[in-house]
Design a protein around this ligand. Structure first.
Ligand SMILES: *[C@@H]1O[C@H](CO)[C@@H](O)[C@H](O)[C@H]1NC(C)=O
Ligand SMILES: *[C@@H]1O[C@H](CO)[C@@H](O)[C@H](O)[C@H]1NC(C)=O
Ligand SMILES: *[C@@H]1O[C@H](CO)[C@@H](O)[C@H](O)[C@H]1NC(C)=O
Ligand SMILES: *[C@@H]1O[C@H](CO)[C@@H](O)[C@H](O)[C@H]1NC(C)=O
Ligand SMILES: *[C@@H]1O[C@H](CO)[C@@H](O)[C@H](O)[C@H]1NC(C)=O
Ligand SMILES: *[C@@H]1O[C@H](CO)[C@@H](O)[C@H](O)[C@H]1NC(C)=O
Length: 444
């Protein structure tokens, strides 16, 4: 009994100390911000984070579904705060690593340490992976109130990433030193930030279609306010569940790892409210991880399994029956003279593609409309093409629909990992806003 009372008073005392220390620190940020640009020559989406001690800006290509952040540790990695992740540790286990480097030949250096957890960084642009040690280092980010970046920077030493050889940078945009994996898993950057900074496990992306302006990624909880009207798009989100795929859909993985890609439940595709006749079995995720619909930032155009591609293209062409097609421009198969389609606020004047999505409540559905600006691609001044591509035969065994970047530009997407749901806005162009309308002027 006496012991119990002592414990209780100790506990109260700790609470008291804790609240005192909280009162002294400035308000802890609830959200962080990264600017994103579209690289003109590769069409990759690129951002910069500050990493290491002393901090260095590191340019990275964004891969929405990749399991973790990986960087080139072979050339120019200098940091006094670099820490290898030991074999058997919690981050190692939770990363689904199946390898341990007991002894690295050569002097100890970032990427070469004994008894270190090893993983497989993957470059989706050259479809190549290597082995590399898992490590932790300092990351510093700019906080946001959802309207502007804040002056206040936050730094943590706890962000897990993987080390890659210099050769894995092939095919990445100029100056890029690795890939920022925003995947849905423990070692994914959003979950690492959430754990390091005690912010909610959610993030939102707004990608620009232009290569000369910046879009934004928000981590944590904040409004998403865009100029000029100051509309907060967090209030406009419509939700659909994020689905689990039990088997990794990465180009390389250890057995037993679930997919870190973001899957959603497309149940049908409609044009003018009429369902396109497709084999709906392909829309479900099978026990061995095949089929279904995921979102990607490494595919420039939505990739469809061949039979879905053919059916959708046919339905689209018949919906535009009176409009003549012109000679197609690869990789597209259906193109039109821009003048003959006309245009409206949300791009070329074509019927929207309606993705009918599952709700948490299995008896109701939510629709994501893909309007002209997102369905059509201008291949030159005169010609616009139906911006979907055939996934081909070799593609058939994996994901049936991979929604690419052209289809999500100037839309705001929120990946709410904690609540297992995707929030989306459809085209911001309805409000005469693009993802470049975030105010990047720093506020105190
Ligand atoms: C790993 O351990 C071996 C054996 O103790 C040692 O020779 C080697 O230098 C160590 N390597 C590193 C990178 O620490
Ligand atoms: C639909 O797709 C599944 C999976 O590929 C296949 O087994 C089935 O035969 C297809 N059904 C039809 C009617 O084509
Ligand atoms: C797909 O999955 C849903 C939900 O689990 C189920 O209701 C539906 O019958 C499945 N469709 C097909 C074609 O297997
Ligand atoms: C598109 O239409 C315009 C106006 O009718 C015409 O001047 C132009 O040559 C056409 N371009 C192509 C590629 O058909
Ligand atoms: C689903 O939602 C509809 C409308 O919001 C409601 O009428 C229905 O009872 C719900 N069904 C379930 C199973 O929750
Ligand atoms: C952007 O934000 C800054 C800082 O709050 C503000 O001074 C400026 O007026 C804003 N720009 C526009 C165009 O509203």
């Amino acid at each position: 009994m006496v012991i119990k009372i002592n414990f209780l008073s100790l506990f109260l005392c700790l609470i008291f100390l804790f609240s005192l220390s909280l009162a002294k620190t400035p308000t802890r940020p609830r959200a962080f911000l990264l600017p994103v640009t579209k690289d003109a020559s590769t069409k990759q989406y690129v951002t910069t984070i500050d990493q290491r001690t002393p901090l260095v800006p590191i340019k990275l290509t964004i891969d929405l579904g990749q399991r973790f952040l990986w960087v080139d540790c072979e050339k120019g990695y200098v940091s006094s705060s670099y820490k290898p992740v030991p074999c058997g540790s919690i981050p190692c286990k939770r990363s689904f690593s199946g390898a341990c480097v007991e002894s690295c030949i050569g002097p100890p250096s970032p990427g070469c340490n004994n008894n270190t957890c090893s993983h497989i960084p993957y470059n989706p642009f050259i479809r190549t992976s290597t082995g590399g040690e898992l490590a932790q280092d300092v990351v510093s980010l700019q906080s946001t109130d959802g309207s502007n970046p804040r002056k206040y920077l936050s730094t943590t030493n706890g962000v897990v990433f993987d080390c890659a050889p210099h050769s894995l940078l092939q095919g990445l945009a100029k100056g890029v030193k690795g890939i920022l994996g925003l995947g849905n898993g423990y070692v994914g950057f959003p979950t690492q930030l959430a754990n390091a900074f005690s912010i909610p496990r959610k993030f939102a992306i707004c990608l620009t279609s232009s290569t000369t302006s910046r879009g934004a990624i928000f981590f944590g909880d904040s409004p998403y306010v865009f100029l000029p009207a100051g509309i907060d798009f967090s209030k406009r989100l419509v939700y659909t569940p994020l689905l689990k795929n039990p088997v990794s859909t990465s180009g390389s993985y250890f057995e037993g790892e679930p997919s870190t890609d973001y899957f959603i439940g497309v149940t049908s595709i409609k044009i003018h409210s009429i369902a396109v006749p497709i084999n709906t079995t392909l829309l479900n995720i099978t026990k061995d991880g095949k089929g279904g619909t995921k979102i990607s930032t490494v595919e420039p155009y939505t990739k469809l399994e061949t039979s879905i591609y053919n059916a959708l293209t046919k339905a689209f062409v018949s919906a535009l029956l009176n409009v003549p097609t012109v000679k197609p421009v690869a990789p597209f198969q259906v193109c039109y003279n821009k003048t003959s389609l006309g245009s409206n606020q949300v791009g070329p004047g074509v019927p929207p593609i309606e993705l009918v999505l599952r709700n948490k409540n299995a008896t109701t559905y939510t629709s994501w409309f893909i309007w002209g600006a997102n369905s059509m691609v201008a291949v030159n001044n005169d010609v616009v093409c139906f911006g979907f591509v055939d996934g081909g035969v070799e593609f058939e065994p994996t994901t049936s629909i991979v929604i690419g970047t052209h289809q999500i530009e100037d839309n705001l997407l929120q990946f709410d990992i904690a609540n297992k749901r995707l929030g989306f806005t459809s085209s911001l162009l309805f409000d005469e806003i693009t993802c470049a309308n975030f105010n990047f002027t720093t506020k105190a």
